[in-house]
Design a protein around this ligand. Structure first.
Ligand SMILES: Cc1ncc(COP(=O)(O)O)c(C=O)c1O
Length: 424
């Protein structure tokens, strides 16, 4: 291998990448010497769009100058603030604008959705989840099962990959739903799995779950802004997400929810209500009876944090401008390039546990080094010393995500070179 020829190839790819200019819209955390770090951690926390500070400062100014009047009289009134986010979120999720709402954070939204979409009764009390689901999802569903007076030991159906495999097969997920369907109340899976980077076939799983009368929802934390979604057409009942990963809205930023149109005006669907979900035309009359807004906004409980929502006003226009189709096309190339470089240069040293089929993954690849966990951890630490920011997930996984909005082919090349160095 000729290193300089190889790097020149990456530079060439960047030079012909129409989305490359978007990198300049973000702050790239610097190394100690001031050069850009190799930031491949957008699956955990996306980078800060440069436009955020301006919007934050404007909101601070509105508050300073207008006080409570900022709710109504500001250039971006706080009262309908979240509505500015709806159209872009609908595009990213493949939803009608009436089916999505920005609110709360992910796990809170999951509980609110389960209040409506997990309605267990004796004989049909089970929830299907992955055995290695993100811990918060696991806690949420277990606590919901207990809340309804059932026992997670019997009411939780956990899906595991086959012996010797790291990811779940769609056919196996559907086989469980086929077999257990009559006792399943709700199927709750990821859009993209946080640890392995596996993208689930939401359409196929939804079809199968609905055939058996189960509600079906997805945690899109690692999917939104990463892979194309068509939640409405796929018929998903509900979905939740956070916006601090691929949506680049900063730590603890506002999350979101999708509720399928067929449920929005459903009179029998219970929910946990709050004043922000009440009909906007009478909200401030403080009526005794709750009348939900006839959109996904009807699931809001509290007035949203303006400062948790503001960064999305800087970030979502970048998605609108770039277009998810183009971002996905670049993502396929960028992650494909990462995979091919790893296979060409380090095939004996590691396994990629993320599916090989590009359709079954987003931008993240999860790597398992062929070394004992302690040594693998030392390799990861050495990467960090070289200014590479990716992450380590117990027990032995390094997650790396080249994000098409701000990562370059040279980033990927540099990462593989740093990993090669770390392995020495
Ligand atoms: C897949 C997944 N689900 C749930 C969560 C929890 O999110 P929150 O703290 O916003 O509730 C995370 C956080 O990273 C996550 O990655």
């Amino acid at each position: 291998m000729n290193i300089s020829v190889d790097r020149a190839e990456a530079e060439q790819k960047d030079a012909s990448d129409a989305l490359a200019p978007y990198r300049a819209s973000f702050f790239i955390p610097p190394r100690e010497d001031g050069s850009d770090s190799i930031y491949l951690c957008g699956h955990s926390l996306g980078l800060q769009p440069r436009g955020v500070a301006r919007i934050f400062n404007e909101e601070l100014d509105h508050w300073a100058e207008l006080g409570v009047e900022g709710h109504f009289a500001s250039t971006r009134p706080w009262l309908p603030y979240h509505e500015q986010l709806t159209a872009s979120l609908a595009k990213l999720t493949g939803a009608m604008v009436t089916e999505v709402v920005a609110m709360n954070s992910l796990t809170v939204n999951l509980h609110l959705m389960l209040a409506s979409f997990y309605r267990p009764r004796a004989g049909r009390e089970a929830i299907v989840i992955e055995k290695r689901a993100f811990s918060s999802d696991q806690y949420a569903v277990e606590s919901q099962i207990r809340h309804h007076g059932f026992d997670p030991h019997t009411a939780l159906i956990e899906l595991s990959p086959r012996e010797g495999e790291d990811t779940l097969r769609t056919e196996d997920i559907c086989a469980v739903i086929e077999r257990e369907g009559s006792r399943i109340a709700t199927v709750m899976l990821s859009g993209v799995q946080y640890l392995t980077g596996q993208r689930f076939d939401i359409e196929a799983i939804t079809r199968c779950a609905r055939k058996h009368g189960c509600m079906v929802g997805f945690d899109l934390a690692h999917a939104i802004g990463n892979v194309p979604l068509r939640l409405h057409d796929w018929g998903v009942d509900f979905a939740v997400w956070c916006s601090y990963k691929y949506l680049n809205a900063g730590p603890g930023a506002i999350g979101g929810c999708f509720v399928h149109d067929r449920h929005i005006r459903s009179p029998n669907l219970p929910r946990f209500a709050g004043w922000w979900g009440h009909d906007k035309s009478t909200r401030f009359e403080m009526p005794a009876a709750f009348h939900p807004i006839a959109t996904a906004e009807g699931w809001q409980v509290s007035n949203p944090s303006i400062f948790a929502a503001a960064p999305l006003l800087a970030s979502l226009p970048l998605f609108d401008a770039a277009g998810m189709d183009k971002l996905r096309a670049k993502s396929l190339q960028l992650t494909g390039y990462l995979e091919s470089q790893l296979l060409a240069r380090l095939n004996d040293e590691l396994s990629i546990i993320t599916p090989k089929d590009p359709e079954m993954r987003g931008c993240q690849l999860s790597l398992r080094l062929h070394r004992p966990a302690v040594e693998a951890r030392a390799v990861f630490d050495s990467l960090a010393k070289q200014g590479v920011i990716c992450d380590w997930r117990e027990p032995d996984i390094i997650r790396v995500a080249p994000v098409p909005l701000y990562n370059s082919f040279v980033d990927v090349w540099e990462f593989v070179a740093a990993l090669e160095q770390a392995l020495k």
